[in-house]
Design a protein around this ligand. Structure first.
Ligand code: ARG
Length: 400
């Protein structure tokens, strides 16, 4: 008896996921492997990938264009939550996993599979995100992770594949491990493993080096409705197009690079480079618009929620009940987050230089230092007496 009869495998066309096909069949006794490749804007040609899966022994090879859902259902809620893991990483890779998990589960249910599979190793966050998301969506499905168990080196994996007609990679393999989608690129391994070493310029594809950026600034206006970006420079723009265009603009000015040592869920610290131009800019602009449209207490309370929310995305808990409850909170806060933010892109910086909103809570009459000031200065005195009373009482007791 094999571990499963019919498996839907998350497929990228790379060596690991290709080798998973014969491995599942020959080592684990799986009768039928259906592959699923999701188009999340990673820029791969999906037609050859589909062919490769069939040549590698898949009985069926599915390709799903999920870019629109990726942006609307995963990236936009993260932007509304200003989600930055450890205050820096906008979760471009992490956000893709619950969506791929959902596609796997839907395909498994449609094709009557008893298991789903992925090519993650046992060291990363992605295995956690897949396994937990799948369990949340269908707890009766088995999750198989051959690469977590096979213990083959890179060379052994390639050799195993060749035995089953999977060609060795033609390009000289890059020392880096790269994950890419519409939201960004995550680059690790190779020379980057030494955290003291500056990354070589060769690793970047979405962002220009400062030396190559334009010598004149570029101004861009982003408009939001209910915390969702809907317009670029005053024109309505569809979600996927918005991300693509902003990636282009920000990347052209060298905006969007992150170099960090992060804490993985599995206890390892890893040095990671990210390029996430649009996502970083959108979070920055969104947060700024919130400063205009949310009350002080909501803004401050939301900060704590955002921290938890980001950790939950990173740690694979997208479909968990707490995350759902936090979503309800975030959505409620976004009802009046409407307006426009003006940014200036120049030499590696995206600087916010203006913002306006029909829902603005900014009150010029109260804020002004000019003659038309409406603020009741005398009212401050009584307020400060009461506000400072506990401190005054404490000081009397301590200092006499
Ligand atoms: N560390 C990031 C995360 O957990 C990205 C990992 C992506 N994988 C890669 N091969 N670089 O979200």
């Amino acid at each position: 008896m094999g571990r499963a009869t019919k498996v839907v495998l998350a497929y990228s066309g790379g060596v690991d996921t290709s080798v998973c096909i014969p491995y599942l069949k020959h080592e684990w006794g799986v009768a039928e492997v259906i592959t699923l490749a999701a188009d999340l804007g990673q820029g791969d040609e999906l037609e050859p990938i589909q062919q490769k899966a069939l040549q590698s022994g898949a009985s069926e090879s599915l390709v799903v264009d999920a870019q629109e859902s990726f942006v609307k259902d995963y990236a936009f809620p993260a932007i509304q939550a200003n989600a930055l893991y450890e205050n820096r990483y906008p979760l471009s890779t992490a956000l893709a996993r619950p969506l791929i998990a959902k596609l796997l589960v839907e395909a498994a249910e449609k094709y009557g599979a008893d298991a789903v599979a992925h090519g993650c190793t046992g060291k990363g966050n992605d295995q956690v995100r897949f396994d937990v998301s799948i369990a949340a969506l269908n707890p009766n499905l088995k999750v198989l992770a051959p690469a977590r168990e096979w213990g083959m080196s890179r060379e052994e994996t390639i050799a195993y594949g060749e035995r089953f007609g999977i060609p060795a990679p033609v390009k000289k393999s890059s020392p880096y491990s790269i994950d890419r989608n519409l939201l960004g690129r995550s680059i690790e391994a190779g020379p980057l493993e030494d955290p003291r070493t500056e990354p070589l310029e060769e690793i970047y594809l979405m962002t220009k080096a400062i030396a190559d950026t334009p010598d004149t600034p570029e101004y861009v206006e982003i408009s939001f409705e209910q915390g969702i970006p809907t317009q670029l420079n005053g024109e309505a723009i569809a979600p996927v197009k918005l991300i693509a265009q902003l990636n282009q603009i920000a990347g052209n000015h060298g905006v969007g690079r992150i170099d960090m040592v992060e804490n993985r869920l599995v206890g390892i610290k890893s040095r990671e480079i990210y390029e996430t131009p649009a996502l970083l800019v959108l979070i920055q602009a969104h947060r700024d618009l919130e400063s205009l449209t949310l009350t002080a207490d909501v803004t401050h309370y939301k900060r704590g929620i955002e921290e938890t929310y980001s950790q939950m995305i990173y740690n694979g808990l997208w479909y968990s009940p707490l995350k759902g409850a936090l979503d309800a909170f975030v959505q409620k806060t976004q009802e009046r987050v409407l307006g426009t933010v003006r940014l200036k892109f120049f030499k590696g910086n995206a600087t916010i230089v203006g913002r306006w909103s029909d829902n603005s809570l900014y009150t010029p009459d109260l804020a002004t230092y000019g003659a038309d000031d409406q603020f009741d200065h005398k009212a401050a005195e009584g307020f400060i007496y009461v506000w400072g009373l506990p401190t005054r009482i404490w000081s009397k007791q301590v200092r006499g």
